[in-house]
Every structure is written in structure tokens, then in C-alpha cells.
Design a protein around this ligand. Structure first.
Ligand code: IPT
Length: 949
């Protein structure tokens, strides 16, 4: 070895930590003192692992926080990469440029003899070296895992000085390559815990539910040397003295815990030195064959993936914001959460117990960037990393083990496969045989209990259900494994990528989850956009001065960065409702799909008037006749009383019978055109009034992110096999549209004919350098003082590919806010494959509110089936087949060119588009493309519009 080899620096050490580390234990409420060290700390930052200049002056920073989110970028900027490591893949080394911060604070303390003191950190990214009163007490790794160091020997009476040096990059960064911002710093609580002499070091209360007797059983495990410990459950009248480290206590009849009825019981454990309180819930989790059961019933997971994220604070936990997010999930009928891809702040887990969610808790582990190096040297299969993997699994399971909401442990995400993952799983199986182990990357089910996939199209789900694996060549040799997998429970731990406008086809997924026997549901990717608040916009990857990034891929949530629900969330809520309604000829079928709980907490209304539905137990259905009233009342299922997550009156389900309503007949005849009307139609045969002008044909839309991305398969041109994991994905929708130059249509007037009673114009629209065209006929006439437009669009046969839309666009002067009323579908935007939340009614709003402020501007605002649109100066009625409409201050090309809505220029024009068709939305930004039923192939269309101007 040459003499200039650098000594091993802590940043390259694979050791999970050093110093007097306390064995992992639960996060518990205790009456022992806890001193929070959150608050203002001294802070300085240096550019390398050597740390800041010793002479540099101290500044101050808030703990918890991320230093790259400090004001004015004064400590650098956040960085977003999805799969890629932001540095060369050269484990365990990291670059010399390694931002390193020194944190310091002093605190007065009076240690008591006989007690011990632990310094607990809940989250530091990525490696911390801790010194107390100038002595090194240890190093801490595992950014989102709690770690405790016994600092008793280093604490002194009076003033103490705590120094924490934090390196942004370390060997452990290789294990933390989750798809999110790189956000260094002390971002969760720092505390000193008093451990009283003879205290209760750890406790595990497993609350089992006996399905036959309905009795509860508490299996208690205690870590203490000080017995007896008295366990009490006041509500059950239980008080038991425990004299040994384990005990089994039968507590008689209990109400079980479930996500639907999250019944918790307060438990106290006390000995002479310490009292611990926790809340437990009785439930039994089992896997029987391909059934994953809780309390004897098959689970139906209607879930989301949840990251820790706040637009100003990053991954710093904000209890009020987090709780608001969970309540919004409950209101959207979401009953399950996967903690992607690390355990959240421990208080969040308690909120899930209380509000009721089925939770898959996940370890802080992802090595996805090795995939880009063909998984060479992946830590998951390298014995040198085994201790780090096992340390991580112990620390996350031990911290959260008391929570009834957790129904499975997940080893991590996208870390390939290998012996270290298998060892983690074996450790969990030995430690907690009562909860299954999940890890998606164990594709062949060698060491996990649940068959898990991500972004699998429905055909892939059907294949797995029938014991057939992916049809790609690299999977052929393992084909035999798949018959065995079909004997196990299946989930999609990620599906329906909620990036931008979408996801589409949730209904089809929900149907597959409900009918294919092994499938138990899935978790939409993901809950919230991770845009960072920057002045008047939310920033994504490419908004920072980093050399490369994954752009807006960090904004792929059902909820926008500011917490606003997106149309995708409304669509999901409608599809996964536990109380689905079906109406046929005024016969309403109500079903209770809840895991637990009857329907006595619900009110059923038709157009706001309550009607009776018998109380239904889970699994039951009833058919009732709808009360009298209009042809198609809006039927709602509402909460009778306030709950912890929604007020009385909150709507779980909305339904309506639409089939009966016939389109309004097209008015016949034509009166002589008035001079005023005739003057409004220009020489080209277009309306040119002061309040409305047009129309022109449009076949293009500002591409959604599902339209723009093409990493996954498409059903177009017979490339369905691509969606099953074989074949070449093919171009994106946006590429197809741009290749056809749909955004560049040119118009030529073929003819304009005027008679006393009508003006007839024929226009030909075609892209440059193409002999494909669409002829648009516009016939203007007048009936009962109404200007009528009968329009038809007919393509020639030379179109070869899909269109984005088939629409007619009018323009209106934009002089400020525009009040809009419409009779049609709403309230939100809806598309052919994402329209479950829409119903038909009279709606009103302001035009700018019709567009969703997606992180990246894109197609938005389409509402199908318009009957009537009322603007201050225009009333538009549709006859015959009903078009959808959208109204927006910018045209498609302007929208498509903008990276943020704040960049869109001031507009003097509203664009009103009436679409006879739109291509579906799909979820191809990460998943299958638009299903064939929702493709828009070149076709003809007709419009019949009545105008009062
Ligand atoms: C999948 C990841 O597990 C998740 O963290 C996120 O990155 C998601 O993709 C996309 O937003 S992995 C992907 C290669 C299927």
C-alpha cells in the first residue's frame, strides 16, 4: 500500500454507528424526563469532509431543519435525483466535495446519580459525529432512523456543550438513494432521555384478537430488571402484576382494531421507577394461502405511498400538516399507507393508529443507483454491508413494533436483491412472526411473504394470478417459479403514477384488484408533490443550479405541493369508495365494502333530501327505490356525525343515473339571417363578434407528463407486449403528436357561401409537409333569435396515428376574471379514463379556477358532456352529441412551452375549446399507457351549438 493512501475517514466507514449505542427500542411515552434540544444551534458549513474552517464565525440555524432550505440559499441548494447517485458509484467512497456542517449548542444539566442518559436523534442526513464536552461519544448513520447513544459518562453538572458534525455524503448515502430531494442536516428531534435507575427500558405489547371468542390477548415483552411491572387497561378493568420479561394476559371481550374502526385501548405499564403509557389495538394479521387476513377477513388495500414532505420544511415533521394530510386521505376513502421509503417521524405512526390506516412500514433503504451499473457491487449482496443492513432493520422494527396499524414490514425499496435483504427478512421473521415481510425486489418470492409489484399493467396482474411470469427473455428461465407465486397474496406496492394530469384507468385497476383472487389492492404512487416553495412557484429538480437532475419527476402526487387535492385524488376517492352505489332505472344498489363497521354512521341523500337505506353489515348489499324528483337526482352518501377526520356531511360517494337523458334535439329550420348576425360572420365564414370569435379546428393539447414520457409500454400499434415487460416501448404521445405536427395545423378556406338563411364555410386544416387533412364545415343559421352553428369535421384517410383531441376553439377577450356557469359534468376536470368523480349538475366558478395548477403547465380543465355554458356576454347551448369544454387563458402551445404557471404571460384572450373527443390520460409517466378503449384515432365529429351573444 502506498504511503499516501488516506486513512479511513468516518465518511467511508460501513459501520452502522460507533460509540456507546443503546440497543434499538420502541419510541415510548414515559414519565421519565425528556429534554428537547430542538431550537437555535450554532452552525457553520465547510465544503469538504475536513469540516468548516475552525476560525470561521458561528452562525445560527434551527434544529430541526435542512441547511439547504435556509433562506437565500446561503448554505447551498437542494438537489433532486431519482435513481442516479449525485456522485460516482465507487462505494464506499464519496466525493471530496462533501458539504460538512458543524452544529453546536450548550445546555445546563444536572445529572442524577444512578440514572442514565441517552442522546436520541430521530433523523440526521447522512452521517453525524457527536461530541459532548469535547469527548467523542459516537457516530450516527441511517438518516431516517432513530439512534440513541448513552452519554451518561460525558454529561456534567452545569453547562454542557454538544457538538454534532454532519457530513452530507457518506458511505451510508449508498443505502439511501430514494427518489427525493437530497436534504442534509439534523431534520428531526434531538433529545436527552433520562433513564431512571430500574426503569422500563423497552416494552412490546402485542394485542391479539381471538376470532372465535372475540377476546383480546396481550402478549407482553419487557426489558427491565425491576419487577413487578403493573400492566393496566382501565377500560377493560384489567390490572396485572407481571414478574417476568414475558407475560400473556387474557383480557376478555374486546372490540378489535381495524383501519375502518380504529379502536384503541390505553395501556399503562409501571414499576417503582417508571411509568410507560401506550395505546394498543387488538387485531390478528395472518396469511392463509393466497389470502392476507386481518381479524379473519381478507384485506382490501386502497392505499397511497407517503413520503415525509413539506414545501417549506422538506422532511422536517410538521405535526399539524401531517395530520391534515392523513385526514385528507381518510376523506378520500384511502385506507392504507406505505411509508415510502423509510419510517416517518414516530408521531405519524401513532396518528395512523388513531385515524385508522393499514400501514406497510418500510426500512430506510434504497440502492437504486446500482441498477444503472447493472447492479455490480450492489450493497444488498455484499457481505461487507451486512451489519449495516441488519442494523437498519432492527432499528426500524424495534422503534415501531407496538403499533397496531402496521400490518407488514417492508425491507426497503429498489435495492436489487441479495443475501443482506434475505438476512433482514430472516431477522424480522424471528423477531416478529406475526407480521408478514414485504419487499418488491424479491420478485421470485425467495425470502418474503407477499408477492409485490410496481406499475404492473392489468394483463400482468392477470398473468401473475394465473401463475405466469413476465414474458421478457431475461425472465424465461424463472418461469417455473410463478406457479408457486400464484399461491400467495399479491399487491401492487406502487401503481397509477399520479404525475401531472392523471392517473387514468384507476377504475380498471380497482376492478382487477376486486376480482383477481390473489390481489389485495395497491398503493398509488404517490401522495404529494414535492415542489419546494420559491416565491410565486413550487420548484422542482431543474430549478436549481445543479449539474443534472430529474426535473419535475419529484412532483407526482395526488395532492399538489401546497396540499391542494388534484383531480386525480377526487377520481381515486370516487373509485375506491367503501360504499359504492349503482343506479339502474331508479333502483339503487348500495354495497358495504368496509372491512369492519356497518352503515349506521351514514346518511343517504337524493338531491339533498334524506331517504332510508337499511343498515348494512360489511359485505352486504341492498336495493332501494330512489325517491321521486327529477329524472336523475345526485345521490350522496354522507357522514351522519363528525369523525376525527371529517365533519358531519362529508360525502363518501356521489352517484347519478345518466343513461336515461336523451341529448337535446338539434333545432330545425332557418329564419332569414338578421343584418346584425350576417355582419358578425366574416369573409372566411368565421364568427367575429366583439365577445366571441372562431372557431378553428384543434387536434392538439399541451402534453401532460403522461403524454410526454415513454419509458413504459404503450398499447398503440400492437405493441401491447411492451406493457407485459417485453418489446420496445415506442414513442411518447407527445412525440407522436409533434411528429404529425398537430400543433402546427394550417387552414385554407375552400369555400364560403352566403344565402338569406345561412352562411356555409368549408375550411381545410392540415399540418405542413403532410397530405393528411381534416375538412371542417361551418353552417351558420338563425332560429328563434339564436345563432346556430352546425359544424362537422371529416378527416381524409391519410392520418396514421392518434390525435390528442378533436375540438373547435373559440376565443373571447380577456379583460379580467370571468364568471362561468355551466350545466354539464363537474365539478372538477374529467377525461375519458379519469371521470369517476364527475356528475351532471349546474356548476359555477371563475374561469381561472377551471384549470389545475399542476407543477408543470399541461392539458387541464376538460369537462365532458356540456349542455349549456353561460358567460357574461355569451350563452352557449349544445344540441345533439354533447362536446366537452375547456376554458383557459392560454393556447396549447403557450401552455406546452411553460415550465411553471408563473411563467405564463399576461393574456388578453380566453380560449374556449369544445371537444367531441379527447385521447385518454393513462399513466405512462411511470406505468402503462392509455388503454385501447380510450385511444383517440382519427375520426369525424359534429357539433351543434346555439349562441346568444
Ligand atoms: C419507482 C420507485 O420505487 C419510486 O420511489 C418512484 O421513484 C417511482 O418509481 C417513480 O416516481 S421505481 C421505477 C423504476 C418503477
Amino acid at each position: 500500500m502506498s504511503s499516501n493512501t488516506p486513512a479511513i475517514h468516518p465518511v467511508t466507514s460501513l459501520a452502522p454507528g460507533t460509540g456507546h449505542r443503546v440497543p434499538p427500542r420502541s419510541y415510548l411515552r414515559t414519565d421519565a424526563d425528556v429534554l428537547s434540544l430542538n431550537g437555535q444551534w450554532k452552525f457553520k458549513l465547510g465544503p469538504t469532509a475536513a469540516g468548516p474552517d475552525a476560525d470561521a464565525p458561528w452562525e445560527t440555524i434551527e434544529v430541526p431543519s435542512h441547511w439547504v432550505l435556509a433562506a437565500d440559499d446561503r448554505y447551498g441548494q437542494p438537489w433532486y435525483t431519482n435513481i442516479e447517485y449525485p456522485f460516482p458509484v465507487d462505494p464506499p467512497f464519496v466525493p471530496d466535495d462533501n458539504p460538512t456542517a458543524d452544529y453546536q449548542r450548550s445546555f445546563p444539566f444536572s445529572p442524577r446519580p444512578g440514572h442514565r442518559y441517552y442522546l436520541r436523534t430521530q433523523g440526521i442526513e447522512s452521517l453525524a459525529i457527536i461530541r459532548l464536552n469535547d469527548a467523542e461519544v459516537g457516530t450516527v448513520a441511517g438518516s431516517r432512523l432513530a439512534q440513541e447513544l448513552d452519554i451518561t459518562e460525558h454529561l456534567r453538572e452545569g453547562d454542557n456543550i454538544l457538538d454534532i458534525r454532519v457530513h452530507q455524503w457518506s458511505a451510508h448515502t449508498y443505502l439511501e438513494d430514494q427518489d427525493q430531494w437530497w436534504l442534509p442536516g439534523i431534520f428531526r428531534d434531538v433529545e436527552i432521555l433520562t433513564r431512571p435507575d430500574g426503569g422500563i427500558e423497552d416494552v412490546w405489547v402485542r394485542a391479539d384478537f381471538d376470532l372465535v371468542t372475540g377476546h383480546g390477548i396481550l402478549d407482553v415483552e419487557l426489558r427491565t430488571e425491576n419487577f413487578p411491572v403493573t400492566l393496566s387497561v382501565p377500560e377493560l378493568g384489567v390490572t396485572e402484576e407481571i414478574d417476568a420479561p414475558t407475560a400473556r394476559i387474557e383480557v376478555g371481550k374486546v372490540q378489535p382494531w381495524s383501519a375502518d374502526v380504529p379502536r384503541l385501548y390505553d395501556v399503562t405499564l409501571a414499576n417503582s421507577a417508571e411509568t410507560i403509557t401506550l395505546r394498543t389495538g387488538f387485531r390478528r394479521v395472518e396469511i392463509r394461502g393466497a389470502q392476507w387476513l386481518v381479524n379473519g377477513k381478507k384485506l382490501r388495500l386502497r392505499g397511497v405511498n407517503r413520503h415525509e414532505f413539506h414545501p417549506e420544511k422538506g422532511r422536517v415533521f410538521d405535526a399539524a400538516d401531517a395530520r391534515a394530510g392523513l385526514c385528507l386521505m381518510k376523506r378520500a376513502n384511502i385506507n392504507a399507507i406505505r411509508f415510502s421509503h423509510y419510517p416517518p417521524h414516530p408521531e405519524l405512526v401513532a396518528m395512523c393508529d388513531e385515524l385508522g390506516f393499514w400501514v406497510i412500514d418500510e426500512c430506510d433503504l434504497e440502492t437504486h443507483g446500482f441498477w444503472l451499473c447493472d447492479w455490480r457491487d450492489n450493497p444488498s449482496d455484499d457481505p461487507r454491508w451486512r451489519d449495516a443492513y441488519l442494523d437498519r432493520v432492527e432499528r426500524f422494527v424495534e422503534r415501531d413494533k407496538n403499533h397496531p396499524c402496521i400490518i407488514a414490514w417492508s425491507l426497503g425499496n429498489e435495492s436489487g436483491t441479495g443475501a443482506n435483504l434475505a438476512a433482514m427478512s430472516a431477522w424480522i421473521h424471528a423477531r416478529d412472526p406475526h407480521r408478514p415481510v414485504h419487499y418488491e425486489g424479491d420478485h421470485e418470492g425467495s425470502y418474503t411473504d407477499i408477492v409485490s409489484r410496481m406499475y404492473l399493467p392489468i394483463e400482468g396482474m392477470e398473468d401473475l394470478s394465473q401463475g405466469v411470469g413476465p414474458r421478457s427473455p431475461e425472465h424465461l428461465e424463472s418461469a417455473g417459479r410463478y406457479a408457486a407465486l400464484a399461491q400467495r397474496p399479491m399487491i401492487q406496492c406502487e401503481y397509477a403514477h399520479a404525475m401531472g394530469n392523471g392517473p387514468g384507468a384507476l377504475r380498471e385497476y380497482e376492478a382487477a384488484f376486486s376480482t383477481l383472487p390473489q390481489w389485495h389492492g395497491g398503493f398509488v404512487w404517490e401522495w404529494r408533490d414535492h415542489g419546494l416553495a420559491r416565491g410565486d412557484f413550487y420548484a422542482y429538480g431543474s430549478d436549481f443550479d445543479q449539474d443534472f437532475s430529474d426535473g419535475s419527476f419529484v412532483c407526482d402526487g395526488l395532492v399538489l405541493s401546497d396540499g391542494t387535492p388534484s383531480p386525480g385524488l377526487h377520481d381515486l376517492a370516487a373509485i375506491i369508495t367503501p360504499i359504492p352505489l349503482e343506479i339502474h332505472q331508479r333502483q339503487l344498489t348500495v354495497t358495504n365494502l368496509r372491512h369492519d363497521g356497518d352503515t349506521s354512521d351514514l346518511v343517504f341523500n337524493a338531491d339533498g333530501l334524506p331517504f332510508d337505506v337499511p343498515v348494512l353489515l360489511p359485505g352486504e348489499s341492498a336495493v332501494v327505490e330512489l325517491p321521486g324528483g327529477r329524472w336523475s337526482p345526485v345521490v350522496t352518501v354522507e357522514l351522519k356525525e363528525d369523525t376525527a377526520w371529517a365533519p358531519a356531511g362529508h360525502v363518501l360517494t356521489t352517484a347519478q343515473e345518466l343513461a336515461e337523458e336523451q341529448p337535446s334535439p338539434v333545432p330545425r329550420g332557418a329564419e332569414p339571417l338578421s343584418t346584425a348576425t350576417a355582419a358578425r360572420i366574416d369573409a372566411d365564414g368565421l364568427l367575429a363578434s366583439a365577445t366571441l370569435a372562431g372557431p378553428r379546428l384543434t387536434l392538439y393539447r399541451a402534453p401532460t407528463e403522461n403524454d410526454r414520457l415513454s419509458g413504459f409500454g404503450t398499447y398503440l400499434e400492437g405493441s401491447v407486449e411492451a406493457t407485459r415487460g417485453a418489446g420496445v416501448p415506442g414513442p411518447s404521445n407527445a412525440e407522436r403528436w409533434h411528429a404529425q405536427r398537430l400543433h402546427l395545423l394550417r387552414r385554407r378556406v375552400l369555400s364560403v357561401t352566403r344565402t338569406d338563411t345561412e352562411i356555409l364555410a368549408v375550411h381545410r386544416y392540415a399540418p405542413p409537409s403532410s397530405d393528411a387533412w381534416v375538412d371542417v364545415t361551418l353552417r351558420w343559421r338563425e332560429v328563434d333569435g339564436q345563432l346556430l352553428l352546425d359544424a362537422a369535421a371529416v378527416p381524409n384517410s391519410r392520418w396514421k396515428d392518434i390525435w390528442a383531441r378533436l375540438g373547435l376553439e373559440f376565443t373571447l377577450p380577456n379583460t379580467g376574471p370571468l364568471p362561468v356557469r355551466w350545466y354539464g359534468t363537474g365539478p372538477g376536470e374529467n377525461y375519458p379514463d379519469a371521470c369517476a368523480a364527475a356528475f351532471v349538475d349546474e356548476f359555477a366558478g371563475e374561469a381561472s379556477g377551471l384549470i389545475t395548477d399542476y407543477a408543470v403547465p399541461q392539458e387541464s380543465g376538460h369537462r365532458a358532456d356540456l349542455r349549456r355554458l353561460t358567460l357574461p356576454d355569451v350563452e352557449l347551448t349544445t344540441y345533439g352529441p354533447r362536446p366537452g369544454f375547456s376554458l383557459r387563458a392560454h393556447d396549447e402551445r403557450t401552455v406546452a412551452a411553460a415550465r411553471h404557471s408563473s411563467e405564463l404571460p399576461e393574456s388578453d384572450t380566453w380560449h374556449l375549446v369544445l371537444d367531441v373527443a379527447q385521447h385518454g390520460i393513462g399513466t405512462r409517466s411511470c406505468g402503462p399507457d392509455v388503454l385501447p378503449a380510450y385511444h383517440l384515432r382519427p375520426r369525424s365529429g359534429e357539433w351543434h351549438l346555439g349562441l346568444r351573444l
